[in-house]
Design a protein around this ligand. Structure first.
Ligand SMILES: Cc1cc2nc3c(=O)[nH]c(=O)nc-3n(C[C@H](O)[C@H](O)[C@H](O)COP(=O)(O)O)c2cc1C
Length: 320
């Protein structure tokens, strides 16, 4: 099989897939360097790091991990095995380097791998109200298994734990929006000024009726209010540790879970406000001895939603 990194078109295809990953506030905090047409490096882009809401670079690495999973899948469907080195905290003179991936020869991708790759284009964050229909247990079980493949855990919550978490989200949201630095940073990424990044108003979704919102409040003033599902189905993605390698792993697990959910017609959005607040206060969370929470996910069935913008590949890709 021809090494996809040997041609510009091949490299473009890989980076298009990687760049379609979800990222915190759609910051797309990644850059890719193809070295000697042999391997591709994934770098964090410090100019796109949320220094207020993400002081540890946790969400940044989760985002880059999601891009890494897409890159690995794109290599797989090109008939290669992605040999991946993860260096998420390396201080080797190139502190932005998070991982490197080299294509090795392998058997052709399976139909399931092709399906997952196909879902990269159709996956969206869906901030609309969901129908309230429960995600079947068989699908939840598959999502749980999927997270494990990448070394993370997906923990579905039931009442009363999910109601308690919604309370926590509301409290965190209030604390966050009371922080001027947070508001300024959020506005920078949600004003809709850019047509290639950020969370523009057309994907922000409506404001929920009631105090316990199952979505992040992106813009408090102008939007209509609608009723969301009464009992949002929440799940928490956790990792065994809480360091840079865990965050990169969480991102890969998150994206794999989201792609499998997409294939089942399951929509997802995120409510990470309590985790952002914890990071901003420099707290670790002692209440989760079984795993460190990295992403709070809402699952269900929502209407079709538009695609959030993406940066053009030439902005992301450099050859060296
Ligand atoms: C680590 C991480 C945290 C996120 N947190 C939130 C969140 O709290 N609220 C939210 O609505 N979206 C959240 N998102 C979703 C992003 O805003 C979304 O991925 C981005 O806008 C791109 O849109 P897309 O997922 O539809 O491609 C998060 C995504 C990641 C990777």
């Amino acid at each position: 099989m021809l090494n996809p990194l040997a041609t510009h078109a091949g490299a473009r295809r890989l980076i298009t897939a990687a760049g379609a990953a979800p990222s915190v506030h759609n910051t797309q905090p990644w850059r890719f360097i193809v070295r000697h047409r042999e391997y591709v490096e994934l770098h964090a882009d410090p100019d796109r790091w949320l220094k207020v809401a993400d002081p540890r670079g946790r969400s940044l690495r989760i985002s880059c991990g999601a891009a890494l999973l897409n890159l690995r899948l794109a290599l797989r469907v090109s008939g290669h095995r992605p040999v991946t080195w993860s260096v998420p905290g390396a201080g080797d003179g190139s502190p932005t380097l998070l991982a490197a991936v080299r294509p090795a020869s392998a058997a052709p991708a399976s139909a399931a791998e092709h399906d997952l790759y196909g879902a990269i284009k159709t996956r969206r964050t869906n901030r609309q109200p969901f129908t309230g229909a429960p995600v079947p247990q068989t699908v939840m079980d598959e999502l749980i298994t999927t997270a494990r493949i990448e070394g993370a855990a997906l923990v579905p919550l039931r009442a009363p734990a999910s109601a308690a978490l919604l309370e926590e989200v509301a409290t965190a949201e209030e604390a966050l929006t009371g922080n001027r630095g947070y508001r300024t940073e959020l506005a920078r990424w949600t004003s809709g000024q850019s047509d290639s990044d950020g969370v523009p108003p057309y994907v922000q979704g409506p404001r929920p009726i009631g105090d316990l919102a199952p979505v992040r409040d992106f813009a408090r003033v102008t939007r209509e209010r609608v009723r969301f599902e009464a009992h949002p189905q929440l799940a928490v993605l956790t990792t065994p540790g809480d360091g840079p390698a865990d965050w990169l792993r969480a991102g890969q697990a998150l994206q794999r879970v989201l792609l499998v959910a997409t294939l089942h017609g399951v929509s997802a959005s995120f409510l990470n406000q309590p985790l952002d607040l914890r990071d901003m206060r420099r707290h670790t969370d002692p209440r989760h001895p079984g795993g460190h929470p990295q992403v709070i996910i809402r699952l269900g069935y929502g209407p079709a939603v538009p695609r959030a913008p993406r940066r053009p590949v030439p902005e992301l890709l450099r050859a060296a």
